[in-house]
Design a protein around this ligand. Sequence first.
Ligand code: C5P
Length: 232
Amino acid sequence: MNRDVIIACDFAGKEQTLAFLDNFTEEKPYVKIGMELFYAAGPEIVREIKKRGHKIFLDLKLHDIPNTVKKSMAVLSSLDVDMCNLHAAGTIAMMEAALEGLTRPDGTRPLLIAVTQLTSTSQERMEQDLMIQAPIDEVVMHYAENAKKAGLDGVVCSPLEAGKVKEVCGSEFLTITPGVRFADGEKGDQVRVTTPARAREIGSDYIVVGRPITQAEDPVAAYRRCVKEFIG
Ligand code: C5P
């Protein structure tokens, strides 16, 4: 199993991001690049970080008609990222098309992960705004099963849902989990959080950690602590 700690590099621009990564002289952490940084700095930031030897999770959460997603995924695949994602709400057909677009001529491809329901969506908003009446945890599991049917590698979910996802979709189906905090740390705006050690026990494959590392006084020490607690 490839358990790993992914640092969410939620910085506004290229200079800040590279300056942050300069702190790491001995290890090359797995890095998550989100929409904010990608839209500000463009594909060049992906190439630059990749050139420095980091693995990259490109968190752009695609959601469009299957043909558009397929062609866009082909572009992301050529950037040589290691993991990317989309919204399971785009349907099984969209996820299958994404997988096709992502697969390179030699048969290799980045991992493809689905977002189920965003953790910012409540039961009430889902019912009223989206007209989905089922309990939200059932919706999350249903979307995870759809992602598995489409051939995807896993889902982004709360560490607290990781065990259930594994029960429903099998132990090989990956769980990528944000919402991780040190036992003695600040929660910030995250509500349902867990520690790296607990995330490991529950069955997360990858934890995505932002502020506990990026805002730490000593980011390298915080990263190492995370790795030690999560991977051992
Ligand atoms: O700073 P923090 O550790 O809260 O960062 C978590 C990262 O994971 C952020 O980039 C956030 O956008 C992302 N994320 C999340 N919850 C989700 C999906 C993504 O916190 N459900």
